[in-house]
Design a protein around this ligand. Sequence first.
Ligand SMILES: O=C(O)CCC(=O)C(=O)O
Ligand SMILES: [Mn+2]
Length: 190
Amino acid sequence: MWPGYLDRAAQEAMVGDLRAVIAAAPLVRPVTRRGQALSVRMTSAGEVGWVSDRRGYRYEDRHPSGVAWPPIPASVRAVWDAVAPGAAAPDSCLVNWYAPDARMGMHQDRDEADLGQPVVSISLGDDARFRIGNVERGGPTQSVVLRSGDVVVMGGAARLRHHGIDLIVPGTGDLLGAPGRINVTLRVAR
Ligand SMILES: O=C(O)CCC(=O)C(=O)O
Ligand SMILES: [Mn+2]
C-alpha cells in the first residue's frame, strides 16, 4: 500500500492520459454471462483488455468495437516500474469508471496466466471504501479508504485475496471535475 503515491500534478497528468485512452476505446458497461450489467464502466489499454459479455469474461485482443486497445500510458507504466520492480512487463491496463452509485462485489483477480505476477492498482478522484478478505471465500474482512493518488500492490500471498469496492464517497475529490472515481489496474495477463 502506497498512500498518496501520486501528487496532484501527477494525478492530473494521468487523468489526461486516461481520457485519451477512453476517447480511443470508449467505456463499456460489461454484462455477466447471465446478462446482468455491472455498475462499473470499463475499458482497457495494452495488448489485451478484460471484457465480460454473454459469452463470459476473458482477456481479448480488441475492444468490443473491433479497435485495438490503445497503448498503456507511460505515466501509468512508470508506477508499475516503481512499485513492482523485477516483475514482468504489464500487458494489460484495466480502466474502471465508478459513477457515485457504482460498486464492485467481492472477487479474486485470477484470470491472468501467471498469478505470481502482481496486480498494481491506482485510485483517482473520489474516495472509495475498499474491502479486503481472504484467499478462501468468507471469513473476516478489513475495510480501507482508498484516496486519489493511492497505489495498492496485490502480490505474493495477497495476490489471491478477495476484494471489492463497497462504495464511492462522492464529493471527496475534485480531480475529475465530476463526482466519481477512476481505478486503474495493471496486470500481466498472458
Ligand atoms: O476499484 C478498485 O479499487 C478495485 C478494482 C478491482 O478490483 C479490479 O478491477 O479487479
Ligand atoms: Mn480485482
